[in-house]
Structures are given as C-alpha cells and as structure tokens.
Ligand binder design. Structure first.
Ligand code: ADP
Length: 329
C-alpha cells in the first residue's frame, strides 16, 4: 500500500477531510501570489461591472489548488458553482443539460477538462463565445451568460482553438517549503492537532510541493502519534512516521524512486521512452507522466529530452545515497 500512497492521493476522490481544510477565501489561500493578485483583479472587475467573469483555465499538477480557487471565485462573486468533470460529459446532450441549467453569472467547473470528448469540446466553442448551443437535430439553445472554469493537469492536450476561448489562463506551480509550512500551520489548528514549527517544516519538505499531500501527511502523522501512546510530535517522530510510508527526505515515495532508479541503472541514465520505462517499473504511462515525472523534474533528478527521459547528476547522486543508506545497518 505504501508505494501507492502518493499516487492514491491523486486518484481518490476528495474526502470530507479535504473539504474541511479547503480555504474558503483568497486571504486563506497561501502561496501562488501572482495568480492570487490576478484573480483579485478579475473578481473586483466583475463585481464593479456586475458582469459574469470571463472563462478561466487553471492548469498544473494535481493537488495544487485548482478546485479550491474555483470555489473561491464562486464564493467571492456570491454565485453558484456547478461541479462536473470532463469524462462525465460524454455526449453533446450531457453538455446541453448542464448548460441549460446555468443562470447568468454562475460558474460551471469542469475538472480534468482535457479528458472531455472532442466532439463535446467543439460544441463548447459557441457556448463560450456566443452563449448558444447548436446541437444537430435539436433547436438552437440560447444560454445565460455563464462562466466556464476548467482545470487540467495536461494543458498541452487541449486544442488551441479551445484554449484561446478562455479569457484567463493560469498555471499553478509547486509550493515552496515556507508556503507549505504555513498551510500546515493552518491545517493543524483546524484539526486541533498542535505541532511545533520544526515538525511542520519536516512534513512540508516531504510534501512534493503539494498542499493536498502536505495535509494528508499531517493526518498520517496525527494517526501515528495517537496510536503510539505517550508520543508527542517532534521532528524525529515525523521522520519515523513518514519513513513507515517509505517517503524519503526529498518527498520521493517508493514508485518515484523506482522510476529514478530504473533510469539510472537499468537504462544507463537514459534516454528512455515513456512506455519502456512504464513497463520496467510496472506502472501506467499516464501515471508516470502526470504524477511521478513532474516531481522528479522539479527536484532536478531527471530531465525530458526529445529522445526520452534522462537522469541528471543530482538524480544519480540521490539514487547512490539512498541505496547506501538502505544497505547500511
Ligand atoms: P486540485 O484541484 O489542483 O487537484 P485542490 O484544490 O483540490 O487541488 O486542493 C487539494 C487540497 O489542498 C484542498 O482541499 C486544500 O485543503 C489544499 N490546498 C490547495 N491549495 C491550497 C492553498 N493555496 N492554501 C491552502 N490549502 C490549499
């Protein structure tokens, strides 16, 4: 179970736990300062003109706050947010049902928008631009001026005509340790689980720059502490708790390490193609591309070249150090 811990955070639906910790307003949304300042302008302008917000597209790896920002937008504008996902809108008729229910200024949030059927995507063009839906063998459906907010982990898979119809597009980046520590401070207060700063920093360092992971690791540490009677949180306890999940001091989990190790040892540092790599570590190519690779690149452990994935000197060193610690008694 441990080697899939990180991956499971990206595939499992949000639990009530996540909702409880989700910031409700921009003021509680930590980090991503540039995006937040831009969103503040968008909100103020929409309010001043009493107009619907322009269509927005948020991209970036899972767990960085795309959904959270969409909820914040709706609540700042005091409007309804309808949540759906790309794979859920299978046919143009599904889209027509969703859109015809939208009232002026309301927000339709489509998560994983890159996974939407291409035919459906094309019907969205006129809906976004002219607020009408032209479905063959059906009447022309006029729509209220709604706002579409899309979230995607793979912006490159959206066609350029589609992307160009968004008024505002923004990419969320991995968070710094300082920002994650701040997020964890807030979460530990909300969970009534007081932690010293050093312990929170230790969790932050191993959270892959991702708030969702930081919060889940905090929860794991809380569980770890509560089952070990008499234990108080400390940096060492955090270390032990995360060691049990096989998360190393860089935040790499077992599968991250296997990917890196395979590139370094099995493929002599690369370049190696995605599918060959996926077979070598028995993992889905999509998962490697969406979950493991972005973080290994962010750590500077691998790089992507036109010929495939290659390890860097830093990556080789990390493998060497990890193996020597594992072999030492
Ligand atoms: P995404 O939609 O990008 O996958 P979410 O918006 O669902 O990510 O974020 C996952 C969780 O991480 C949220 O429930 C929230 O608790 C936390 N979170 C995300 N971004 C922030 C942030 N900037 N500040 C505080 N908490 C955050």
């Amino acid at each position: 179970m441990t080697e899939r811990f990180i991956e499971s955070l990206f595939t499992k639906p949000d639990e009530p736990f996540d909702y409880a910790l989700r910031p409700k307003a921009l003021i509680d949304f930590v980090g991503q300062e540039k995006v937040c300042r831009q969103i503040e302008v968008l909100i103020k302008a929409a309010k001043m003109r009493s107009e619907a917000l322009g269509h927005c597209l948020f991209s970036g790896p899972p767990g960085l706050g795309k959904t959270t920002l969409s909820h914040i937008l709706a609540s700042a504008l005091n409007t309804r947010l309808v949540v759906t996902s790309g794979p859920a809108i299978e046919r143009p008729a599904d889209l027509a049902i969703e859109l015809s229910k939208m009232k002026e200024g309301e927000i339709l949030f489509i998560d994983e928008i890159h996974r939407m059927n291409k035919t459906v995507e094309e019907y969205l063009y006129s809906a976004m631009e002219d607020f009408v839906l032209d479905i063959p063998k059906s009447t022309r459906i006029p729509l209220a001026k709604f706002t579409l907010v899309g979230a995607t982990t793979r912006p490159g898979l959206l066609s350029s005509p589609f992307r160009s119809r968004f008024f505002f597009t923004s990419r969320l980046d991995f968070y710094s340790v300082v920002s994650l520590t701040q997020i964890l401070e807030r979460s530990s207060q909300l969970l009534s689980f007081p932690c010293d700063r050093e312990s929170l920093e230790e969790i932050a360092k191993r959270s892959r720059g991702t708030p969702r992971i930081a919060n889940r690791l905090l929860r794991w540490v809380r569980d770890f502490v509560s089952v070990k009677a008499g234990l108080k949180v400390s940096k060492n306890v955090v270390h032990d708790a995360l060691h049990m999940l096989m998360i190393d001091d860089h935040g790499l989990d077992e599968m991250d390490f296997r990917v890196l190790h395979a590139i370094v040892h099995q493929f002599g540092g690369g370049p190696v193609g995605l599918h060959t790599l996926a077979t070598a570590v028995s993992e889905e190519p999509d998962t490697i591309e969406e979950v493991h690779e972005p973080f290994l690149i962010c750590c500077g452990f691998i790089k992507k070249t036109p010929k495939g994935r290659e390890s860097t000197a830093l990556g080789c060193e990390h493998v060497r150090r990890t193996l020597s610690t594992r072999m030492s008694p």
